[in-house]
Design a protein around this ligand. Sequence first.
Ligand code: KG4
Ligand code: ZN
Length: 341
Amino acid sequence: MENDMKDLLILGIESSCDETAASVIRGGREVLSNVISSQIALHTQYGGVVPELASRKHIENINGVIEQALLDAGVTLDDLDGIGVTYGPGLVGALLVGVAEAKAIAYAKGLPLVGVNHIEGHVCANLIEHADLEPPFLCLIVSGGHTHLARMKDYGDFEIIGRTRDDAAGEAFDKVARAIGLGYPGGPKIEKAARLGDPHAMEFPRGKVDGSPFDFSFSGMKSAVLNYLNQAQMKGETVKQEDVAASFQKAVIDVLVGRAIYAAKELGEDKLVMAGGVASNGALRAAMKEACEKEGIAFYYPSPIYCTDNAAMIGVAASYHYMKGRRDDWTLNAVPNLKLS
Ligand code: KG4
Ligand code: ZN
């Protein structure tokens, strides 16, 4: 397939949450441009993403972001072979902006349209920097909305092995960050504070789901932090923010590493791929790397810029679907709760 797709030029578009992004991908994996317009500054004022504001910002930004992506790549719409766009999961109003834009360009230019699952996009981010990586492999997807252990059997073909029963890992980071006064977005702020704290200062529970060894549960871990904070407040004790951040982060990392390695060993997988916003966490990357080395598992993870939301990952996933002949028609619509398999 790689040879046939050598000159393929795909424009990827992403607008599922608070990033408006566009990217041009050549030959399936080569990033010619990767433009991301983040709305973090806007949503920070409200302590989290406000869906209505996100949609409005996407509308304001999307044309400029696409123009910049084409410019950076040195191509025009006439050079493209197809358009890939995230159609779910995500915020419905936000997704609709990308989907409508992609349809409009595809219609105007007579280009094929390929809808992409955002979670699959996260996994495909790993293909950008690892030329040798091919499915099948086990993947741990940890983002703000999702926590999955899955097997990518082939391009576009996933089997879910485990999932969170409640909060996603990133969501837990965001909620704990808010509780200890670090604000939004929580993940990077907890990581920064944790560098100055003691990961063994408090013992927070390592959430698990009885009878489902591949599933996750983070809400109890988050509640344990909230209880700790309440009790400290009632006793008039001062809480060291850095220690809570470090201890909570350590608990989440123990769970993610423990579960992923257990799954790889149980299922006989020798390749583990990590993806999603939380995968940019340096302490998690280091811990997973060490555990994989110990077990002889090849470990792959993207550069931080390809972990958090971007359109390069969408362009890569779309390229493989395109090569398999998958096309969407004008009925392509936003699917806010789109599943991976
Ligand atoms: O993949 P992503 O950009 O968006 C979704 O698809 O959800 O992930 C965003 C999530 C947020 O919850 C954010 O707090 C978390 O990823 N995150 C991190 C880090 N950077 C982003 N979590 C832990 N450590 C980080 N460095
Ligand atoms: Zn994402």
